[in-house]
Design a protein around this ligand. Structure first.
Ligand code: DX5
Ligand code: ZN
Length: 220
């Protein structure tokens, strides 16, 4: 049985009670903290930046998975390493020299992730897949939490999984956006290894129980 990782997205937390929500994740069955950094240029929204991430990492006791939705992410690789990121994800669409960017992330001791927007074909990763630790398939258009899941995601995951196997790569697959108890099992069957969930967790009556439920659903 595969251990599917659950990564609650802190974007959906209550920022006025951030420490409480971080402790909830620490004490839950969640595996990672998913941190969304938006610059208002690459995506039409601004989330939060370095001081907030610093406050989060001070309390967080699990892997810090940082999803950069920013242009020219190379400028901030060292900064995010210093802030405690364990995984640094950049968008395929934001990187002109993706190979160089991935090497720079790894040189700082982090795992390197590449995120694909819904329109970006997974075949574009054919010549770089063995250099990528994690591919994140966006199942919504990045920029906002609480959007509805794009159904084409399942076939993208299947195609990516086939590419990973063909190239004998060790890459793991994350899915981000609109994940709920309705699509979690099918995402795992398609080949997902990590599920990000924002609103489904934090807007639930019992977020910690919701994390446990997601973990249980994915034990298939
Ligand atoms: C969207 C972010 C997601 C978002 C997920 O741009 O990358 O991580 O927070 O939130 P939900 O699960 O609410 O779609
Ligand atoms: Zn994200």
């Amino acid at each position: 049985m595969k251990n599917i990782l659950i990564a609650p997205s802190v974007l959906a937390a209550d920022f006025a009670n951030l420490q409480r929500d971080i402790e909830m994740i620490n004490n839950s069955e969640a595996d990672w903290f998913h941190i969304d950094i938006m610059d208002g240029v690459f995506v039409p929204n601004i989330s939060f930046g370095m001081p907030v991430l610093e406050a989060i990492t001070k309390h967080a006791k699990k892997t810090i998975d940082v999803h950069l939705m920013i242009v020219d992410p190379d400028r901030y690789i060292k900064t995010f390493a210093a802030l405690g990121a364990n995984i640094l994800q950049v968008h395929y669409e934001a990187c002109t020299h993706l190979h160089r960017t991935l090497q720079a992330i790894k040189a700082e001791g982090m795992k390197a992730g590449v995120v694909l927007n819904p329109h970006t074909n997974v075949d574009l990763l054919e010549d770089i897949i063995t250099d990528i630790d994690l591919v994140c398939i966006m199942s919504v258009n990045p920029g906002f939490g609480g959007q509805s899941f794009i159904e084409n995601t399942y076939s993208k995951i299947e195609k990516l999984k086939a590419l990973i196997n063909k190239k004998n790569a060790k890459t793991i697959i994350e899915v981000d956006g609109g994940v709920t108890n309705k699509n979690a099992a099918q995402l795992v069957r398609a080949g997902a290894d990590v599920l990000v969930a924002g609103n489904f967790v934090f807007k639930a009556e019992n977020p910690s129980q919701t994390i446990s439920d997601l973990k249980a659903i994915t034990c298939i």
